[in-house]
Design a protein around this ligand. Structure first.
Ligand code: SF4
Length: 191
């Protein structure tokens, strides 16, 4: 029987001694059929990235009935190779917390209350505001020694990438920032 590294980790967590039995030639289907009560049985596996710091450790998450039931370091991840610090290991409590904010919150000018709004509404508000700020603070030229040079930028907006953004997302974010004329571009991992 061929088994990859991830399946090995999953099976060793689920089956324990059962895996050793499997390696001895027993039918894995029969063993799996008798392990329904085990924690990871019927769960969906996803990979994710720790949100807490700029190291960006990789994680394997198991979800069942819309709840995160298991989280561990990803042994195949190039950065952490399966390890997590205590902060990263404690991230398992975040997704299932009843205090988790799941929708955008908006506080109207002058109001002291936050109200829930939809993602479409939030994106609409942010894009309109960005356009407004960009247009009001557009710098068309720089002048030096009596000469004008084209500039076409805004210094009123800055864009910061986060630890969870992967290379491709950062590439797109930087492209978008430059297309908008934003010059203040940073990333959490550099701070
Ligand atoms: S597991 Fe620890 S070191 Fe890794 S990204 Fe999370 S907080 Fe940083």
């Amino acid at each position: 029987m061929k088994i990859n590294r991830r399946e090995f980790v999953k099976l060793s967590g689920v089956l324990g001694v059962g895996l050793a039995i499997t390696e001895l030639g027993f039918d894995v289907k029969k063993i799996k059929a008798s392990t329904k009560e085990f924690k990871l049985e019927d769960s969906k596996e996803f990979t994710s990235v720790c949100t807490f710091c700029s190291v960006g450790c990789g994680m394997i998450c198991h979800v069942k009935d819309e709840k995160l039931i298991n989280l561990e370091g990803d042994p195949d991840h190039v950065i952490n190779e399966g390890s997590l610090c205590s902060k990263g290991a404690s991230m398992s409590v975040v997704p299932n917390s009843d205090q988790r904010v799941k929708t955008p919150l908006y506080r109207a000018p002058g109001s002291d209350k936050w109200q829930e709004i939809s993602w479409d509404e939030a994106i609409d508000k942010v894009t309109k505001k960005m356009k407004e700020v960009r247009d009001e603070n557009w710098i068309t030229k720089d002048s030096e020694d009596g000469k004008d040079y084209p500039a076409n930028r805004t210094e009123a907006i800055s864009i910061v990438g986060g630890a969870q953004n992967n290379n491709e997302e950062c590439y797109l974010l930087a492209k978008m920032a430059r297309a908008l004329g934003v010059t203040y571009i940073e990333h959490q991992a550099r701070l």
